[in-house]
Design a protein around this ligand. Structure first.
Ligand code: FAD
Ligand code: NDP
Length: 469
């Protein structure tokens, strides 16, 4: 399998979710593998570990404690509400992320991957140039050849142009913000904007969220979007729809944000979460002739191969489904294809149907399959089951938070084609149902499943009466 004509069998550019998985698995199959990460050992794990999923979820847990202290009074707990020590949270998060960076480094080196602390550029179908630092601090340069090159360089936040753009921060900056923003303005209505609006609201900021459209979380089930927006407002987020920023000016009292239509919001920090663009700058794609799309994304075929046959790409740089488990799945398919599947296993395949996802708003969203709207377009006749209730916990907690669960069924086949939830631990609940749905579970199978009592999840198997068909 290994080819002595080249320095390596596989050269992976980027040490994030997709890159680390591909490098490690290929090396375990006996391939000679190198991986370059521009941020060095500190960057191993990529966006998800350093400035994405993991620190975000840790801060979400932190925010839930704030709610939990208030809710505990109804259960008999007494005393003053503790205050947040933002520095402690930041320091503990940083320590955990450093530990994870180390785990990733050990996994790679333990599998025999050669790790370079360098920016990588593609110089030809089999050529890679690394910009490194010499021991004396001067700029160095190394060149290698590889039979296959995998681009796994991820994405980076995109902030549109407007007057005062330099005052805006992105999700890359929010984790270490100093001081804690007592007033936070969040711009955008996608995953990142909605999650951070909820998280900082829970941590104690006065949060305003501006979204340019009719409702946040475009693409999700409409009812879920409206429901979660209502719950976020109840929790304290000042969500303003059909709203955008005209300019941001620095004043003695903080950042003065002029909004379209004349409103003004004063803030200590303005988080722009207006989408991400592929990381392709200076990667050498044009020179080598790798085809790119309108956002710069690397264009790949169904096997993650670019138009240059020795060059592949996975993850956010392809600008398709920007989720860590998707990048991991794609990486595994590439490895199986190039170096053979794991012993005794068939080659992996990647399906983009029924990808479950969670939005870690407060309360959170969990969803898998089609929205009511998309299912109606696809199947014509659909049946909707719906349950909205106050979770048992909140009968004593004093919280007015409500939970929504919804099933979308293809009437002709009885198959459950969409499952959606807004409520506590939605991601944890929906993950298991995603397996059933991939397996083609019908509503009759859901009905014949015994619930676990008392849980919120049992509602998914006890919805008897259709609300719409
Ligand atoms: P990345 O993880 O971004 O890795 C790319 C790596 O390549 C980076 O380390 C970068 O430094 C390096 N690199 C770039 N160019 C070069 C170069 N030329 N040479 C060397 N190295 C280079 N997904 C979820 O599934 N669940 C979540 O809860 C979730 N939360 C998120 C929260 C936030 C705030 C953000 C921003 C993203 C979140 N995501 C989440 C998305 C997830 O982080 C990405 O989908 C995932 O990290 C993509 O993996 P990747 O391998 O494609 O790229
Ligand atoms: P999204 O694409 O999810 O959302 C971008 C938001 O910004 C949309 O509401 C969009 O509006 C708005 N927007 C875009 N351009 C402008 C503009 N010029 N002015 C005003 N608003 C604008 O991107 P995110 O940055 O939130 O997240 C990137 C990706 O990362 C997500 O799509 C997701 O795949 C992944 N992610 C996953 C998470 C998870 O799994 N829990 C958490 C965080 C991120 P419009 O809808 O009108 O286009």
């Amino acid at each position: 399998m290994t080819n002595p004509t080249f320095d390596f069998d596989l050269f992976v550019i980027g040490g994030g979710s997709g890159g680390v998985r591909a490098a490690r698995m290929a090396a375990q199959r006996g391939a000679r593998v190198a991986l370059a990460e521009v941020l060095g050992t500190d960057g191993l794990g990529g966006t998800c570990v350093n400035v994405g999923c993991i620190p975000k979820k840790l801060y979400s847990y932190a925010a839930h404690y704030g709610e939990g202290f208030e809710e505990s009074h109804g259960f008999g707990w007494e005393g003053e509400k503790p205050t947040l020590n933002w520095s402690t949270l930041k320091a503990n998060r940083a320590k955990e992320i450093t530990r994870l960076n180390g785990v990733y480094g050990n996994l790679l080196r333990g599998s025999g991957v050669t790790v370079f602390d360098a920016f990588a550029r593609i110089t030809g179908p089999h050529g890679i140039a690394l910009a490194t630092l010499n021991a004396d601090g001067s700029a160095g340069h190394q060149a290698f050849t590889a039979k296959h090159i995998l681009i796994a360089t991820g994405g980076t936040p995109h902030v549109p142009h407007f007057v005062g753009r330099e005052h805006a921060i992105t999700s890359n900056d929010i984790f270490d913000l100093e001081p804690f923003p007592q007033r936070l303005l969040v711009v955008g209505g996608g995953y990142i904007a909605s999650e951070f609006a909820s998280i900082f609201n829970g941590l104690g900021s006065k949060v305003t969220q501006l979204y340019r459209g009719e409702q946040i979380l475009r693409g999700f089930d409409d009812e879920i979007r409206h429901f979660v927006a209502g719950e976020m407002r109840k929790a304290g987020v000042d969500l303003r729809l059909n709203a955008d920023v005209v300019d941001i000016r620095k004043t003695a009292d903080g950042l003065r944000v002029e909004c379209e239509g004349g409103g003004v919001v004063m803030a200590d920090a303005v988080l722009y979460a207006t989408g991400r663009v592929p990381n392709v700058k200076d990667l050498g794609l044009e020179a080598v002739g790798v085809a790119q799309g309108a956002q710069g994304e690397v264009v790949v075929d169904a096997h993650y191969r670019t138009n240059v046959p020795s060059i592949f790409a996975v993850g956010d740089v392809t600008n398709r489904v920007q989720l860590t488990p998707v990048a991991l799945g794609e990486a595994m398919v590439v490895v199986d294809q190039l170096f053979g599947p794991a012993a005794g296993k068939p080659p992996r395949d990647m399906s983009y149907e029924f990808i479950p996802t969670a939005v870690f708003t407060h309360p959170s969203i969990g969803t898998v399959g089609l929205s009511e709207q998309a299912a109606r377009e696809k199947f014509g006749a659909i049946t909707i089951f719906r349950s909205e209730f106050k979770a048992l916990k909140h009968t004593l907690s004093g919280s007015t938070e409500r939970t929504l669960m919804k099933l979308v069924v293809d009437t002709a086949s009885d198959r459950v084609v969409g499952l959606h939830m807004v409520g506590a631990e939605a991601g944890e609940i929906v993950q298991g149902f995603a397996v059933a749905m991939k397996a083609g579970a019908t509503k009759a199978v859901f009905d014949s499943t015994i619930g676990i009592h008392p849980t919120a999840a049992e509602e998914f198997v006890t919805m008897r009466d259709a609300v719409k068909s």
